[in-house]
Design a protein around this ligand. Structure first.
Ligand SMILES: [Zn+2]
Length: 164
């Protein structure tokens, strides 16, 4: 396994939509494992492929560092339905030093393909639902900055480049 380099805003790949995976091969499995290792290394709770420079539709997530829940690797993830709304402060490994309150659905139903190529459909809520939405946004070329209003985005942008 390897620690990958994380792409930082404003790198173009963060604004690029990822491509659907047609076959999960050894290369993709290695990528997803490397992504998990990279996410743990940088103390993240989720990571999408375009954040490490790959345009494959896959993200990884693990919100329980105590190992109670297995890490999640999901290929071709898609949100089927959303319920409720909540605001919470969010950060992103591609935007070091910046966080913003983002509105997200409280509960979502997601489908996707697991590393063992089984198709799954799952309902997630709370922090995990938030991480899923954040990472699926990444795969669609959307960053969390895009979820705040224009004025707030200008402010965050200034703050980000001042810290950089
Ligand atoms: Zn992110």
């Amino acid at each position: 396994m390897a620690i990958l380099q994380i792409k930082k805003y404003p790198e173009k790949i963060l604004k690029t939509k990822s491509e659907k995976i047609t076959r999960i091969d050894g290369k993709l499995l290695k990528l997803s494992k490397d992504m998990l290792e990279t996410m743990y290394f940088f103390n993240g709770i989720g990571l999408a492929a375009n954040q490490v420079g790959e345009l494959s539709s896959v993200f990884v997530a693990d919100i329980k560092p105590d190992g109670k829940q297995k890490p999640i690797i999901l290929f071709n993830p898609k949100i089927l339905s959303c319920k409720g709304n909540c605001y919470l402060e969010e950060g992103c490994l591609s935007f070091p030093g910046i966080s913003a309150k983002i509105k997200r659905a409280e509960k979502i139903v997601v489908c996707g393909i697991r590393p063992d190529e089984k198709e799954i459909k799952m309902e997630v809520e709370g922090i995990l639902a938030r991480v899923f939405q954040h990472e699926i946004d990444h795969l669609n070329g959307i960053v969390f900055f895009d979820r705040v209003n224009f004025i707030r985005r200008l402010k965050l942008n200034r703050e980000y480049f001042r810290k950089k």
